[in-house]
Design a protein around this ligand. Structure first.
Ligand SMILES: Nc1ncnc2c1ncn2[C@@H]1O[C@H](COP(=O)(O)OP(=O)(O)OP(=O)(O)O)[C@@H](O)[C@H]1O
Length: 231
C-alpha cells in the first residue's frame, strides 16, 4: 500500500510568555492511501497543530513531513500553495466559504486556482459536486442564504473540486446540530468508500467510529493508535 503521509520525529514549538512551549513531541506517523484516520484527544493537546503540518499551513520546528511524496518544508511558499491546491482538500469547522461568492462559485474556485480544466468544464464539475452533496438547488445562493449544514456540504464539495487524494478536516461537524452532522457524516463515509484518504479531528463519536483507525493525542504525543471495527 502506498504511504500518503509520513511524519518523522516531528516537533512543534510555539513561543509562549518568553519561553518555547513544545506542542508536538516527536510524532512518528505513517498513513497509507485509503485509510480514514480519526484524531481524538482533549482540547489544547496539539490536534489542530498536527493537521496544520499535514497541509503545510504550518511547518514543524524539527522533523520531516512528507505528504503524497512531497517533503513540505522543502517547497517554496508558492510551490507549497500550488501543491496544496492539487493534493489536499481541507474542511474547517467554520466552513470558510467566501461570503460574496455563491456556492457554485465557491466550488469552482480551487479549479480556477489550478487552471487545469477549461472554464466550462470547471462549472460542470462544480455543479456535479454540488449535486453529489445534495445542493444542486442551492448553487446560486450565497453562504449566508443557506444553513450551516448546507455550508459545510458546500465546503466539502469545494474540498473535492481538484479531486485531491487526501482530505483533511478539523472538527467538520463541530458547529452543526446532530441531524445536520449526520448528513455530513454520510458524505465522509461515502468518500471513505470511494478510497479517499481522510484524516480528521473530531469529537463526534459516530464519525470517529466510522474511521478505520483512531489516533489519540495527549500532550502532543500519540497516546494510542488503534484500528477500529471498520478497519
Ligand atoms: N499559532 C500559535 N501560537 C502559539 N501557540 C499556539 C498556536 N497554535 C496553537 N498553539 C498552542 O498549542 C497548543 C495546542 O493547540 P491545538 O490547537 O493544536 O490543540 P487542539 O488539540 O487542536 O485543541 P482543540 O481541540 O481545542 O481544537 C495549545 O496550547 C495552543 O495554545
Amino acid at each position: 500500500m502506498k504511504k500518503i503521509i509520513e511524519l518523522k520525529q516531528v516537533y512543534k514549538d510555539y513561543p509562549q510568555a518568553g519561553n518555547l512551549q513544545t506542542v508536538l513531541h516527536g510524532i512518528d506517523l505513517d498513513v497509507v492511501s485509503g485509510e480514514f484516520v480519526a484524531i481524538v484527544g482533549p482540547s489544547g493537546n496539539g490536534k489542530s497543530t498536527l493537521l496544520n503540518l499535514l497541509t503545510g499551513i504550518d511547518h514543524p520546528s524539527r522533523g520531516e513531513v512528507i505528504v503524497n511524496g512531497a517533503a513540505l518544508q522543502k517547497l517554496s511558499n508558492e510551490k507549497l500553495t500550488r501543491w496544496r491546491g492539487a493534493n489536499v482538500g481541507i474542511v474547517f469547522q467554520f466552513f470558510q466559504l467566501l461570503p460574496t461568492l455563491n456556492l457554485l462559485q465557491n466550488t469552482v474556485l480551487p479549479m480556477d486556482f489550478l487552471g487545469k480544466l477549461p472554464k466550462r468544464q470547471r462549472q460542470q464539475r462544480a455543479m456535479q459536486l454540488l449535486e453529489q452533496v445534495g445542493l444542486a438547488d442551492a448553487a446560486d445562493r450565497l453562504p449566508s442564504q443557506v444553513s450551516g449544514g448546507q455550508q459545510q456540504r458546500a465546503a466539502i464539495a469545494r474540498a473535492l473540486a481538484n479531486d485531491p487524494p487526501l482530505i483533511v478536516a478539523d472538527e467538520p461537524t463541530g458547529n452543526l446540530d446532530a441531524a445536520t452532522a449526520d448528513a455530513v457524516f454520510e458524505l465522509f463515509a461515502h468518500l471513505r468508500d470511494q478510497g479517499k484518504t481522510l484524516v480528521m479531528v473530531t469529537h463526534n463519536a459516530a464519525l470517529a467510529d466510522a474511521a478505520s483507525r483512531k489516533l489519540e493525542i495527549h500532550s502532543g504525543r500519540i497516546h494510542a493508535d488503534t484500528p477500529t471495527r471498520v478497519g
